[in-house]
Ligand binder design. Structure first.
Ligand code: ADP
Length: 315
């Protein structure tokens, strides 16, 4: 196992037959696999090598559906847990009048909140070279303790990336700023939109946010900007060296931007772990993100490396 992704794998319900895009208006719902870390894991699998995914599904129909999806994508089953006592997590996706997404998350008490400390042992961690962690697991116990336990045990030499994914509605008490302050010293690479970092006090445009993040522990900050592309900054501690980079988004026939950020994250991990420069990694990640918007559902249009290469070549 060389890469490990940690966090929720849940069902996204996409409303259908709702003119307004308001999920309360829908005639029916399509179920799609989702959950930010699961999207990253499948994104990496499509790009070449399936990572391990530590996640927890209910022992129910949605859990069976997600387990089958992960299996088809080649994700090893070793850390895909099934919970007999809690249902699989759910998100309902809505689009507002401007086409912007929002999510109603049904996670409290679900299997995804019940990762427990110690499940990934020290020997397994020692075999990892890149660990990616999603922030939603910090909103509940015991998953919060489980992820902190993991981060505290990460050996030197493992690159840790983190997508904080601010979701205030999930938290009983939104101590997000404190949580990030505790997390970031153990993190090497932050991938987030500026909106996801603002509630932790990282205010301003991408450049300012990235500079503030790399001052707090991580050596690299990748800030996604939706249809405007992305911005990145790294310090001299980064294997790819100190620098900053900016890249516009690639053109895409956008159908659904759900999971674009997770696709971008998969692209960034694949490129940086493969020895790319910060600038080349940003371009590669933007190409993965752009392609991911071209079908409904977070995983549906996650591209293969060949597809990404065709975007990069302008084919
Ligand atoms: P999130 O999905 O986390 O909200 P963003 O909306 O910032 O994240 O999108 C992540 C990345 O996906 C962007 O940096 C960009 O590379 C790509 N992307 C998102 N929306 C578009 C779009 N409309 N056209 C092309 N690329 C896009």
């Amino acid at each position: 196992m060389s890469r490990l992704v940690v966090g929720e794998c849940i069902v996204d319900l996409h409303p259908e037959g709702a003119e307004s895009g308001d999920h309360g208006d829908a005639g029916s719902y399509a179920r799609r696999p989702g959950g930010a870390p699961a999207n990253v894991a499948v994104g990496l699998a499509r790009l070449g090598e399936a990572p391990a995914l530590w996640t927890r599904l209910g022992r129910d129909g949605f859990g069976d559906f997600l387990a089958a999806t992960l299996r088809e994508e080649g994700i090893p089953e070793a850390y895909v847990e099934r919970d007999p006592d809690a249902p699989t997590g759910l998100a309902v996706v809505a689009l507002d009048a401007d086409g912007d997404r929002s999510f109603s998350l049904y996670l409290d008490g679900t299997a995804s909140t019940r990762l427990a400390p110690g499940r990934v042992g020290d020997d397994a961690l020692a075999a990892v070279d890149w660990l990616h962690v999603g922030g939603v697991e910090f909103a509940h116990e015991p998953s919060r303790s489980a992820v902190f336990d993991l981060l505290e045990r990460v050996p030197d030499g493992v690159t840790v990336s983190f997508d904080p994914n601010a979701r205030p509605s999930l938290w009983r008490e939104f101590d997000y700023a404190d949580t990030l302050a505790r997390t970031l010293p153990d993190v090497d690479v932050v991938v987030a939109s500026a909106e996801d970092l603002d509630p932790a006090g990282y205010e301003g445009a991408a450049e300012a946010v990235a500079s503030a993040v790399v001052a707090d522990g991580p050596h690299t900050a990748l800030i996604t900007r939706g249809a405007a592309g992305a911005y990145a900054r790294s310090t001299a501690d980064a294997p790819w060296g100190a620098g900053h980079a900016e890249h516009p988004a690639f053109d895409a026939d956008v159908v659904d931007t759900t999971g674009a950020g997770d696709a971008f994250t998969a692209g960034a991990i694949e490129a940086l772990d493969g020895g790319a420069s910060l600038s080349d990694a940003l371009r590669f990640a933007n190409a993965v993100g752009a392609r991911a918007t071209t079908a409904q559902g977070a995983m549906a249009a996650l591209p293969t490396r060949e597809t990404v290469d065709s975007v990069l070549d302008g084919r």
